[in-house]
Write a protein that binds this ligand. Structure first.
Ligand SMILES: *[C@@H]1O[C@H](CO)[C@@H](O)[C@H](O)[C@H]1NC(C)=O
Length: 115
């Protein structure tokens, strides 16, 4: 089953096989994800809409390669390679502001759905 949990501030939410809504994390209790599921990462300041942030994504504290600034960032079929601890941050060009680093979400990808 899936758990709802909250985050605050610069907020990374991870949604598995469902659309991603602000400040709601949909992950299983141990953040377990099955190989082949669709995982969507979304990074926003909780309670704010689009305020002009350009996002960066990190896995285990390193920029995700290939670098992208998609938000939400959808991984359409995860593999074990995507296991790791994810964070995000934002940069706002109009006032050169860098955000804090978001909460961290650890994903464990294994097995295969239905097996
Ligand atoms: C990432 O950085 C944070 C803060 O410095 C640290 O606590 C954490 O252990 C680091 N994670 C990894 C996987 O290196």
């Amino acid at each position: 089953s899936r758990l709802f949990s909250q985050c605050s501030g610069f907020c990374l939410v991870v949604c598995v096989s469902v659309p991603c809504f602000l400040s709601v994390c949909l992950v299983s209790p141990d953040n377990h994800v099955f190989r082949g599921e669709t995982v969507t990462l979304r990074c926003d300041i909780q309670g704010e809409g689009d305020t002009g942030w350009t996002n960066s994504w990190y896995k285990n504290n390193y920029s995700i390669y290939p670098y992208n600034t998609y938000n939400p960032y959808m991984i359409s079929s995860v593999t074990q390679y995507y296991s790791g601890t994810y964070t995000c941050s934002g940069y706002r060009g109009r006032d050169s502001q860098s955000s804090e680093i978001s909460n961290a979400v650890t994903l464990t990808v294994s097995g295969e759905l239905g097996l």
